[in-house]
Ligand binder design. Structure first.
Ligand code: AP5
Length: 212
């Protein structure tokens, strides 16, 4: 099963993607995590992506589609994948659809996580993430130890107020049109209320995935 998680920054795609992937027994692939690892490792891809990411702009579609091609043809994704943070533009949606068709596959479901803007700003402003495994936390100080892997918790550069504002604008301008794109093609998109208790949101998402 291929599931695409859509939603603005801070909507909980990473948090829910982790839970859903574990429950379905398939990997979660997050382009943001792949890019942050590339930045950390100082690879050519990371160096090219860093400035876009720090500002809260999107990395070029060609880079993202290159990552997706590699990931989707790997044995780890043979049974399916939860795609977190991709697709974010109409060209990415078109590219992914073509790529999957060539592999005899398709996106089975789009889940759109819905959260009001003031809550998004609040969530991102208080977030720290593990620099090793990328698990997000709220209400903890940078420097605290990650309870999952023992890594150090840090604040993401793009969680500064100016970058948060830009990411929300970029989402409206470049990612929201993907929602219309799926509707025009009568693709299976389900909007999830992504406010409230994390486990209740997971239940809503799992229920949506079980429906035909
Ligand atoms: P990416 O890492 O994908 O960032 P994002 O989309 O901005 O999403 P976030 O990780 O900020 O939020 P999330 O929805 O995963 O929420 P989370 O679970 O962490 O991308 C970063 C950058 O990489 C982009 O800006 C771009 O430059 C580049 N990039 C990546 N993919 C790209 C692509 N396809 N094309 C081009 N460029 C790309 O939760 C947020 C916080 O809220 C956490 O602290 C969490 O603990 C908390 N929280 C979660 N659920 C709840 C809840 N129910 N109640 C209260 N708090 C909650």
């Amino acid at each position: 099963m291929i599931v695409v998680l859509l939603g603005p920054p801070g909507a909980g795609k990473g948090t829910q993607g982790e839970i859903i992937a574990e429950r379905l027994g398939i990997p979660k692939i997050a382009t943001g995590d792949v890019l942050r690892a590339a930045v950390r490792d100082g690879t050519e891809q990371g160096l090219a992506a860093k400035a876009y990411m720090d500002r809260g702009d999107l990395v070029p579609d060609s880079v993202i589609l290159g990552i997706m091609k590699e990931v989707l043809s790997s044995p780890a994704a043979a049974k399916g994948a939860i795609l977190d943070g991709v697709v974010r533009t109409v060209p990415q949606a078109e590219g992914l659809t073509t790529m999957l068709a060539e592999l005899g596959r398709k996106v089975d479901k789009f889940l759109l996580f819905d959260v009001p803007e003031d809550e998004l700003v609040n969530r991102l402003g208080g977030r720290v993430v593990c620099e090793k495994c990328q698990t997000p936390y709220k209400g903890l100080e940078p420097g605290t130890t990650c309870e999952k892997c023992g890594g150090k918790l840090v604040r993401r550069k793009d969680d500064e107020p100016q970058s948060i504002r830009n990411r929300l604008k970029v989402y409206q301008a470049q990612t929201e049109p993907v929602i219309e794109w799926t509707k025009e093609r009568k693709m299976d998109l389900v909007k999830i209320d992504a406010t409230g208790d994390v486990n209740e949101i997971s239940e809503r998402a799992m229920k949506a995935l079980e429906e035909d």
